[in-house]
Every structure is written in structure tokens, then in C-alpha cells.
Design a protein around this ligand. Structure first.
Ligand code: ASP
Ligand code: MG
Length: 418
């Protein structure tokens, strides 16, 4: 009997009515002959509520205790879903991460899964039960409960599917798949029937928040067939229709039926730009600047260095907006003096817009069409970075929507690929 893993997000679990619908859908699959493991998130808003309570008490909540607290959200979900399945006439059992167990490292609030022992889950499946496992959590080797970071239930589901060799991992969410860009920005955005794992990885890292990036990494590493689809459809829709709905993440390029050069446009408003000007140019300055930034645990994304004619050089790089103040402090109070720079400047009104597509590997001129399109809209490009399958530009935040719309059109993304 083949095993299927379903994951339901917070919206899908948002009320007892919705939980009953989830139970109906799961029951339909189970009755069609599949073994089922179901991984739900906490009810929508619950994790935020719990974090809010913690912050009312401690400005920087103790990470171990925060994990203890947040684990309750998913624990409530699994129990309610088990009850709903029983009410549907199925036999079901729920487990917390530690009961499986899902073993993680000890990095509280952002733990990584190390191993999953599926003995207990398998035994219950073989006894004919639907098994429900909490998303988002595990246990470290000291017996402390841990969580996997916001959005971590996606990763739990894909990791369980990988560990148990599931035929498919279905991620049910409040959108009906992965789109060529955010449909709230471009109403003509089109749902992709398939997307390659590499494109999905880029899209997730560039700010398309459909899946937690770690879940995509897991899917790629273990080649877990993963599908993103809507939980808001009629739970009793035909199984044949449901099986081909949403967006399938694929691993073979030749399976990739929509061989467009550019598959999607991603954008990200979480970055901020910092510049350090007039640095005496000599070997080691990049290390002196960026080494100290790295030591402060600040992640740097895009970097450019310009050489002046007067023996100095300017560095510009981007960091997460949450770390902008910390980065500016570090540059002004420490780095500027130590490297003898003339000035430090920063800008948070920036946005990164990227075109993504594995088709770019075999096509030239993709970047120039991007630059042409932006220039025709009068949008200034501040920074550029590229990889094999993406080109990203940093632009003024206020042109984000215009840029995304123009690029979506220029690359013909609203049309169904032939
Ligand atoms: N409940 C957790 C969160 O809100 C995990 C998840 O929903 O995936 O981040
Ligand atoms: Mg999510």
C-alpha cells in the first residue's frame, strides 16, 4: 500500500469547521487505499499569539521556554484532527514530535532535523490508523523540545515523507499552487503545473513564501515528489482531479514541460543596502569589512565593489532589513575607523526583483531583456547579481510593482507555454 503525507497549514486548520473538512479529505484518501501520515500546523494566528504572550513577559524570550510554549500550538492541532477523523469513522492517533521521535539539534527556535525514527508511526499505520504528527517540532539529544523555525511544518512533512519513502508529499495551503509571480501584484500571474526543484529553491530564497526554504532543500536532497495545492477546495472533490491539481515540484529537467526561459519573477522587500565609501584600496580590505560583518553573525546577500581613481574603493552590500541598524552601528562605530573609510551610508527603501528559470542556462540575452525592460520603465538599477538560473536587481522600493508587472509581461509569463 503506498504511503502519502499530507501537510495542512494554519489557515487550513483555522477553525473546527476547517479541521472537519481536513478530516473529510484525509478520510477520502485513506478510503481510496492509501496509508496516510498527516502533518498539521498550529491553528492560524496561534504561533503569533504564543510568541506575543512570551514577549509580554520577556522582551527576548528564553529560547528553550519559547519552544516549550510554541510546541503547544501544533499539539492542539494534532489532537483536534485525530478527534475529527474518529468522528469521520476512521481510526487515528496523534503524536508530538518527541513521541515519534523526530530528533533535532539543540538550536532552539531554529533547530535542524537530524533523524526520524519511524518505527512507532509504521506500526500504527500497519494497524490501519491514520497517523497525525505535529509539524514544526522535534526533540534534541538532551530531551528538550525544539522547533524548526517559522513555517517549519513544511519541513516536518517533507522530512517525514523522505524518511518513510512516501509516494508523494502534498502540501495543502491557502493558495492553489505556485504562481509565476505573486497574483496580488500581477493579476495575470499563472499557476505553474510543474516547477523544477532548483527554481523552487530560488523562488523560496527570493521571497516567494509558499514553502519554507528548508523543506524545498529536503525535497531536493531526498527527491521527495512534493505538490503544493489548495485546502480550500471541496474536500469531496474527485481524487483523480485532486491528484493533478496544484503545482508539482519536479527533479528531472525533461519532465519540466513548461520549458520557458524564465519561469517566474520573485521579489523581496526584506533587504537593506549599506555603503562604505572612500576606503583606502589595498589587499585585505574586503576581508576587513565583510569579515567583521560575518563575525557579528550578519548575513550579506548582494555585494559590489567599485574602484575609484584616487586609490580608494567603495563597497556596497545588502543585509536583511532586520539587521540594518545593527549593520550601520557596526560600520560607523567600528569598521569605518579601522579601515579609514570616508563615509558610511544606508538605505532601506530598496527591493530585490529577480527573474528565475532553468531555461536561462541554455539561453543568452536573458539579462539584457531584463535591463531593457527596466530602462523602458525608467527604473534605475542599483545592484545586480546573477547565478546560472537567476538574475537579481536591486531597485528603489517604490518601483517594485511596476518592475514586476513589466518583467512578467516582457517574458511572456501570462501565456500558457507551448
Ligand atoms: N506554526 C508554525 C508557524 O507559524 C509552523 C508552521 O505553521 O509551519 O511558524
Ligand atoms: Mg506555511
Amino acid at each position: 500500500m503506498s504511503l502519502i503525507v499530507h501537510k495542512y497549514g494554519g489557515t487550513s486548520m483555522g477553525s473546527t469547521e476547517r479541521i472537519k473538512n481536513v478530516a473529510k479529505r484525509v478520510a477520502k484518501w485513506h478510503r481510496a487505499g492509501f496509508q496516510m501520515v498527516v502533518v498539521p500546523s498550529a491553528m492560524s494566528g496561534e504561533t503569533n499569539r504564543l510568541i506575543g504572550l512570551a514577549k509580554e513577559i520577556q522582551a527576548e524570550p528564553d529560547p528553550r521556554e519559547l519552544d516549550m510554549l510554541c510546541c503547544t500550538g501544533e499539539q492542539a492541532s494534532v489532537a483536534l484532527l485525530a478527534m475529527a477523523l474518529k468522528a469521520e469513522g476512521l481510526d487515528a492517533i496523534s503524536f508530538s514530535g518527541w513521541q515519534v521521535p523526530i530528533k533535532t539539534d539543540s538550536s532552539h527556535t531554529k533547530a535542524r532535523i537530524e533523524s526520524i525514527d519511524d518505527t512507532r508511526v509504521k506500526a500504527e499505520l500497519n494497524a490501519g490508523k491514520v497517523v497525525i504528527v505535529t509539524g514544526f517540532q522535534g526533540i534534541d539529544d538532551q530531551g528538550n523540545q525544539t522547533t524548526l523555525g517559522r513555517g517549519g511544518s513544511d519541513t516536518s512533512a517533507v522530512a517525514i515523507a523522505a524518511a518513510m519513502g512516501a509516494a508523494e508529499c502534498l502540501i495543502y495551503t491557502d493558495v492553489d499552487g505556485v504562481y509565476t509571480t505573486d497574483p496580488r501584484v500581477v493579476p495575470e500571474a499563472r499557476r505553474m503545473r510543474v516547477v523544477s526543484f532548483e527554481e523552487m529553491l530560488e523562488m523560496a530564497s527570493l521571497g516567494s513564501k509558499v514553502l519554507q526554504i528548508r523543506s524545498v532543500e529536503f525535497a531536493g536532497k531526498y527527491r521527495v515528489p512534493t505538490r503544493v495545492l489548495s485546502s480550500l477546495t471541496d474536500p469531496m472533490m474527485s481524487l483523480d482531479d485532486e491528484k493533478v491539481s496544484g503545482t508539482l515540484i519536479t527533479f528531472e529537467e525533461d519532465e519540466h514541460m513548461e520549458q520557458a526561459v524564465v519561469s517566474g519573477i520573485a521579489f523581496n522587500r526584506d533587504e537593506a543596502k549599506v555603503t562604505i565609501r572612500g576606503v583606502p584600496d589595498k589587499p585585505g580590505v574586503a576581508y576587513q569589512i565583510l569579515g567583521q560583518v560575518a563575525e557579528a553573525n550578519i548575513d550579506v546577500d548582494m555585494i559590489i565593489q567599485n574602484q575609484g581613481s584616487d586609490g580608494t574603493t567603495d563597497f556596497t552590500f545588502t543585509v536583511h532589513r532586520n539587521e540594518f541598524n545593527k549593520t550601520m552601528d557596526l560600520l560607523k562605530n567600528k569598521i569605518q575607523g579601522s579601515v579609514g573609510a570616508r563615509e558610511v551610508a544606508g538605505d532601506t527603501n530598496v527591493c530585490k526583483v529577480s527573474i528565475v528559470g532553468i531555461g536561462m542556462r541554455s539561453h543568452v540575452g536573458v539579462a539584457s531583456l531584463m535591463f531593457k525592460t527596466l530602462s523602458e520603465e525608467g527604473i534605475n538599477i542599483q545592484m545586480i547579481s546573477t547565478s546560472e538560473i537567476k538574475v537579481s536587481v536591486l531597485i528603489d522600493d517604490k518601483y517594485m510593482e511596476l518592475a514586476v508587472r513589466a518583467l512578467h509581461k516582457a517574458f511572456g509569463l501570462e501565456k500558457e507555454a507551448a
